[in-house]
Design a protein around this ligand. Sequence first.
Ligand code: PEP
Ligand code: MN
Length: 460
Amino acid sequence: MTDFLAPVLPRTAESASSTTAGLDAWRSMTAAQQPSWQDPGVYAASVKELSSLPPLVFAGEVDVLRERLAAAAQGKAFLLQGGDCAETFDGATADKISARVRTILQMAVVLTYGASLPVIKMGRMAGQFAKPRSSNDETRDGVTLPAYRGDMVNGYEFTPESRGHDASRMVKAYHTSASTLNLIRAFTQGGFADLRLVHHWNKGFMANPAHSRYESLAREIDRAVRFMDACGTDFEALKRVEFFASHEALLLDYERALTRIDSRTSLPYDTSAHFLWIGERTREIDGAHVDFLSRVRNPIGVKLGPSTSGDDALALIDKLDPNREPGRLTFITRMGAKNIREKLPKLVERVTDSGAQVLWVTDPMHGNTVTSRNGYKTRNFDDVIDEVRGFFEVHNSLGTFPGGLHVEMTGDDVAECLGGADPIDQEAFLERYESVCDPRLNHMQSLEMAFLVAGALSKS
Ligand code: PEP
Ligand code: MN
């Protein structure tokens, strides 16, 4: 029973003040990027239903993750966080989910070897259904409709019916997250994560002659696995891995409805995911998102773009991690390859000088978005890698720990980002561009990135 989470229903006025107090303060603050639900009755019914559904994750798991992230903040572990920019309901199939989990596990093996450290495996999965947009509307052929905001809010199809903001989609997002998480748990606990199997899959990557430059590292990993085998390593015990779920906590109605009081600690946990992050567009210090997330026990991330000042970073630390608790706060920097070497050092120095210890993670995707000549939103693999290199250079020169990698990726053979050793060109977009939001690294590009980062980690 200790992990059981009761809905947020105060037993007495006294307990209400110690537990649920403040969880609704955000409602009177500016909340950027929120939907305008079209039907108040559907909205009320959906929130009520969500509030009584079981939690998707347990508080005990969330606490374990905080400990793991604390180790990473101290340079004793590395975080790998990856998945779609936006999950879709249609995309929640066994094939796509397993391909993504498999790719993350493959990347993690390579990174574990490169870092000689445990790798914390985390999907941008089972809840990444809401997106911030730069414009409220989209116009096509003279017709203007609300922009697509993720399957949790509206449909991608360009019709007035589909683009209306339908609160019942939050309930569908919950159920899709539950089935996704169920499959992830089955895979990662049921033998799919066996180190020998994952290592075998990586041999498929090496079979492509375009990847021959990674051969020596691949051979070293192969020798290491054989060495472990010769030493009598219990590979059966390595069949299970911890795998955590995360998403951007954008839609506050959804996050609030899934927040529960843990019966062990009497503290609120947002049970929609283990880890939640605040996006670059919703991180105002006096805004609703920062306030709400400051009140839940989950480890929290904040995306920091190139305009972030040292004062902004310190204010976020004071608000989100006032007790300076290791593992509580992760800064996910997304500066752009051309900015990172100039902008990141000042931020890291200010944070370090303040005595705070955060986990620094690089998101090399969001600062490097361009439009291809044939009109697709894309990213150059070389720019993405350059930002990762810049991230390592900056931390290595300051003596701080480059603690993680956050990528938009898929396990499928899509064509959305340009380049890579077996290069994707823009003509391939016509056939294999599937993302409804930002472009993702495909299976091979993701593995190639893991090999490149492993090389950088082994030197840092
Ligand atoms: C994202 O992670 O998909 C995203 C919108 O990022 P950011 O908040 O950094 O722009
Ligand atoms: Mn994105």
